[in-house]
Ligand binder design. Structure first.
Ligand code: ZN
Length: 117
């Protein structure tokens, strides 16, 4: 970055120009943007391993995070990130519930089979 009043080259993080003493405003791009997780990997895992419908919704929100970040929509990206996380967890929970029900049905099926004999 360069001093806004004299053009002297400044090292990153300097607030005062050593050449002319002017207060240097940090450019907006240099301000550390909060990293917003997009949960894309988790969404894909949920889709593949747990619960496909919830995982697909999570992937849609995960994809929105990067599009909104690229558009500079921080609040929107954060909201989509939250939604992606929520649908990931719903997918995990849904997958767990589905397997519990499946095992319960299998268990009941075995018990019934044995009970009939
Ligand atoms: Zn200067």
């Amino acid at each position: 970055m360069f001093c806004t009043s004299c053009g002297y080259q400044l090292s990153a993080g300097m607030n005062l120009c050593p050449n002319c003493g002017a207060q240097v405003a940090q450019p907006a791009a240099a301000v550390q943007a909060p990293s917003i997780p997009n949960y894309l990997v988790q969404s894909i895992l949920v889709t593949l391993c747990c619960c496909m419908p919830f995982g697909v919704v999570a992937i849609v929100y995960a994809a929105q995070v990067s599009t909104k970040l690229a558009a500079g929509d921080m609040a929107g990206a954060q909201q989509s990130s939250k939604n992606a996380k929520m649908w990931c967890w719903l997918g995990v929970a849904g997958g767990l519930v589905a397997s519990v029900i499946w095992f319960a049905l299998v268990g009941i099926g075995i018990i019934n089979q044995h009970g009939l004999r």
